[in-house]
Design a protein around this ligand. Structure first.
Ligand SMILES: *Cc1c(COP(=O)(O)O)cnc(C)c1O
Length: 396
């Protein structure tokens, strides 16, 4: 049997490669950080990690993880409702709820699971989910697993959202779902306007803070802080795998009864392992760090401003960003690939995105800034951008 299927897969893989869409991975042989070492010993500056607060190699988090592992073991070998929960898992849930000013929180193995398990336990075919067209794949999959009616509005387009809310008025319950920061353009969802429309049309609001928590808002607490929407958002989801330390783990946080129901019915929670003690221990320490000082977020913001201003002064076409994602627009798919490859030769890792990841004719280089970047890292990246930009005729 496998022979025919093998041939089929070989053809499909070759087609992916020919279309220039084959994803290849480099092997990093160091900790994640601003500067990384590859397997061949060469070094590079990393501008494509979600390591927004630079915590991925934090000595304080590593020590907290080690301590939790020593005290509470390596793994849990069970789901929580069968074998009970550890005190530190509850403590981390409380820290998450404190951070987002919510009632309670529930942990998952990943935010992918949080989004996959949030809709189906709460909504039925009588209800409506109204989702931003650029929402993350895990939200799209979560919506697919739920029988609620689906409505899609154009990215951050409030007129279109209002249309869809009107269409959904006959449904029993309505929920608007959006990413906090959209990862391709780095734009922020207009939460204040979304909450206004939610109130006008009697809808609940859910936001995925994966790229926004730790990053946007005056002290980096995400879009609720940025738009002063505390108390107006019913459900937040997020990841521990980006700004919050970069390891693994996801969560849903929000209204008490919603979290209570997820603990009873959410399938990725009920049928998947608990996060290991070291993740819980380091997570608790991470929220403690963010409470003590805003230094990391301030440094990230300085880095974003510095990079954006210098790149614009050099003549690059930069999407206006309100986050730590900076899209350098090139428009041409092939050019974006070439540009990223030449940047790698200069020792700078950035990602080229083109159709179908972004709309046709909207190819770009995505740069992700981090609090771990120092001035000399930024200057080196900017110099490489200018050099490659001139070589490829992007800059005159
Ligand atoms: C990264 C991301 C996720 C997935 O997070 P994991 O914890 O890595 O599964 C979900 N939603 C959004 C918006 C993301 O950017």
């Amino acid at each position: 049997m496998y022979g025919k299927f093998q041939k089929h897969l070989q053809n499909e893989l070759a087609a992916i490669d020919e279309a220039g869409l084959y994803k290849r991975e480099r092997n990093i042989a160091s900790a994640q950080g601003a500067e990384i070492t590859l397997q061949d010993g060469s070094k590079a500056l990393n501008f494509c990690a979600n390591n927004y607060l630079g915590l991925a190699d934090s000595p304080r988090l590593i020590a907290a993880a080690e301590k939790a592992m020593k005290d509470r073991g390596y793994g849990m070998s069970s789901v929580r409702f069968i074998c009970d929960t550890q005190d530190i898992h509850k403590e981390l849930e409380k820290a998450i709820a404190d951070y987002f000013h919510t009632d309670d929180a529930i942990l998952y193995a990943a935010c992918f699971d949080a989004n996959g398990g949030v809709f189906e336990p709460l909504l039925t075919a009588e209800d409506a989910i109204i989702s931003d067209s650029l929402n993350h794949a895990s939200i799209i999959d979560g919506v697919r697993l739920c029988k609620a009616q689906r409505f899609r509005y154009a990215n951050a387009d409030m007129a279109d959202l209002e249309e869809k809310l009107k269409e959904a008025q006959a449904c029993r319950f309505r929920i608007i779902v959006t990413d906090g920061v959209f990862s391709m353009d780095g734009n922020v969802a207009p939460m204040d306007k979304i909450c206004d429309l939610a109130e006008k049309y009697d809808a609940m609001v859910m936001v995925d803070e994966s790229h926004s928590a730790g990053v946007v808002g005056p002290t980096g607490h995400g879009v609720a802080e940025q738009f002063n929407c505390y108390g107006r958002i019913d459900i937040f989801t997020g990841t521990l795998g980006k700004a919050f330390g970069g390891a693994v783990g996801g969560f849903t946080t929000g209204r008490q009864e919603i979290i209570d129901m997820l603990r009873q019915r959410s399938r990725p929670y009920l049928f998947s392992n608990s996060i290991p003690p070291m993740i819980a221990g380091a997570g608790i320490e991470m929220f403690k760090m963010l409470k003590e000082s805003n230094e990391l977020h301030d440094r990230l913001q300085e880095n974003v401003d510095y990079f954006r201003d210098k790149m614009m002064a050099a003549g690059f076409d930069i999407k206006p960003t309100q986050s730590a994602i900076c899209a350098v627009m090139l428009y041409d798919a092939k050019l974006s690939q070439e540009f990223a490859a030449k940047m790698a030769e200069e020792g700078i890792f950035v990602t080229g995105f083109y159709y179908p990841v972004v709309p046709k004719g909207q190819a770009r280089i995505r740069v992700q800034l981090s609090a771990a970047h120092r001035k000399e890292h930024l200057d080196k990246a900017i110099a490489a951008f200018i050099k490659v930009g001139k070589e490829l005729g992007v800059l005159r």
